[in-house]
Design a protein. Structure first.
Length: 277
């Protein structure tokens, strides 16, 4: 890890599928997916699960916000926190929402608008006072949202599609690859190309190999498959993410021990954790 801390990833939500708050998940966290990536002075948000609410609370002291929100996909566990994202209720917030898994059939404004429609939600998307713009792209596109920031994208193997991201900033890289299912007969070349020689590789590890056999075609992977990808792509730090809501802290401890034994230096994501490549 670098001693230069101008490029960081902070975990606000690490669970998959459904939030699971409680004493049994207190150490690793129960909120669903949300990452805060800082590139110098710029703030990038990845996914809008329930963890985004606490991220919002950390931002509300700032009067004017310019934010970019990148969505891997629009399953509920990755967007259900958006209506609770405080900055969208402030007129001096500028927010760009990026999505790469919907074209050509749909656009992200349409899908988020449906999530916030009557009778599912009392406040409509178009009624939010923030200045919100919507950026649809195609998986495989290279994005340049800010100066010195390059984001490479790739399609993932998930029901209704999903997008993997590689964030590059001043010679370092963080890869965010969730939700995705591995192939039984080959390694996923799209992921290898995306994460090659990356500093941090965050991966969907919902199941163990033993559990996976009962969940084929659910769209999720295992920590063992993540280790294979990390080794194949010469990744520096492998991060276990998208924890199974049925995995309490004791189970996560056992997974953490097994992962580090299999690949020393690996990390199991915890809510509130910050990593710097």
């Amino acid at each position: 890890m670098s001693e230069v801390n101008d490029f960081t990833v902070h975990f606000w939500g690490v669970r998959g599928s459904i939030a699971c708050p409680g004493l049994q998940t207190a150490r690793y966290g129960g909120n669903t997916s949300c990452l805060e990536i800082r590139c110098g002075e710029e703030l990038l948000i990845f996914d809008a699960g329930t963890g985004i609410r606490n991220l919002a609370k950390s931002l509300l002291t700032n009067k004017h916000l310019e934010l970019d929100l990148f969505l891997t996909h629009t399953h509920f566990d990755h967007v259900c926190g958006f209506p609770f994202f405080g900055p969208v209720f402030k007129p001096d917030t500028q927010l760009r929402i990026w999505s790469g898994h919907l074209l050509p059939e749909r656009k992200i404004r349409e899908v988020l608008g449906f999530v916030m429609t009557d009778p599912l939600w009392p406040i409509q998307l178009e009624d939010l006072p923030a200045n919100i713009s919507f950026c649809d792209f195609s998986e495989g596109d290279v994005l340049r949202p800010k100066e010195d920031i390059v984001i490479r994208t790739a399609p993932l193997n998930h029901p209704n599609r999903a997008t993997g991201y590689r964030i590059e900033f001043r010679g370092r890289s963080i890869c965010y690859v969730t939700d995705t299912e591995h192939f039984p007969d080959r390694i996923n070349g799209n992921i290898i190309d995306l994460i090659k020689n990356s500093d941090i590789f965050i991966y969907d590890c919902t199941f163990t190999d033993d559990e996976y056999h009962d969940h084929v075609n659910w769209g999720h992977s295992t920590w063992q498959e993540g280790v294979k990808l990390a080794n194949e792509a010469s990744v520096k730090t492998f991060v276990v993410f998208h924890h199974n809501p049925d995995h309490d802290d004791d189970i996560m401890d056992s997974i953490a021990t097994a992962v580090v034994d299999a690949r020393p230096g690996s990390v199991v994501a915890k809510e509130g954790m910050t990593l710097c490549p």
